[in-house]
Design a protein around this ligand. Structure first.
Ligand code: CTP
Ligand code: MG
Length: 229
């Protein structure tokens, strides 16, 4: 199933505690977001990439895109204060594809098989998101004392990509805006409309580069992939 992808890349990466946007940090000599772009560049079903970037980083990001030979970037949207604003700016520029994927530029290790599955499920049912089963025991605590152990059955850690019929996501985004609702992912906007959202089992490698220790894991993933070749 063909799709267009919107990549929010307009964050500042505070939790990474680097001196710049974490997406510009390098893993084995290449910026994190270039790995992400390369996955979609190489996927034949991907018809175009829209990047949401900060105004003052646009030129630098454009230079990298050119230097690494990424051809599918169709344009740049100006990101906003919240991730949801950045995604929305990207969606508004994306034309009207049948299927749109939203994927964090900070998740460079997404698997092509998961992308394919997501686009197909979204085509069938409107909305499909990537996730992995929770591995750890989950408990709730109040003031440092456990109040409840949550049954792990049916609990998922949600990732991106999140895939949608474009019209459905745009309607959900408009309603969220009208209601002043801020979600932590796109699926929440669709869920609150009462529309079912399918889950597609992803891989634990599809980690978001968020804190410094994620970079260690990222380097290890790259090293193991090199060994497999
Ligand atoms: N993002 C964005 N616009 C924002 C905030 C985030 O486009 N206003 C993007 C980030 O660039 C990243 C993705 O959304 O690719 C996921 O967000 P997150 O991991 O939280 O990145 P940051 O917001 O940059 O990091 P932090 O929350 O630590 O500051
Ligand atoms: Mg953030």
């Amino acid at each position: 199933m063909k799709y267009t992808v919107v990549l929010p890349a307009a964050g500042s990466g505070k939790r990474m505690k680097a001196d710049r946007n974490k997406l510009l940090l390098e893993l084995s000599g290449k910026p994190i977001f270039i790995y992400t772009l390369e996955v979609f560049e190489q996927d034949l079903d991907c018809e175009g990439i829209w990047l949401a970037v900060k105004g003052d980083e646009r030129e630098l990001i454009e230079q990298y895109v050119e230097r690494y030979g990424i051809k599918k970037v169709k344009g740049y949207a100006t990101g906003g204060a919240e991730r949801q604003d950045s995604v929305r700016a990207g969606l508004e520029m994306a034309g009207q594809p049948e299927i749109v994927l939203v994927h964090d530029a900070a998740r460079p290790f997404i698997s092509p098989e998961v992308i394919r599955e997501l686009a197909e499920r979204a085509h069938e049912s409107g909305a499909a998101i990537a996730g992995v089963p929770v591995k750890d025991t989950i408990k709730k605590a109040r003031e440092g004392v456990i109040t409840e152990t949550v049954d792990r059955e049916g609990l998922w850690m949600i990732q991106t990509p999140q895939a949608f019929r474009y019209e459905l996501l745009m309607e959900a985004a408009q309603r969220a805006k009208d209601d002043g609702f801020l979600g932590t992912d796109e699926a929440m906007l669709v869920e609150r409309m009462g529309h079912p959202v399918k889950i597609v089992e992803s891989t634990y490698e599809n980690v978001k580069m968020t804190t410094p220790d994620d970079l260690i894991y990222g380097k290890a993933i790259l090293a193991s992939r090199l060994q497999e070749e």
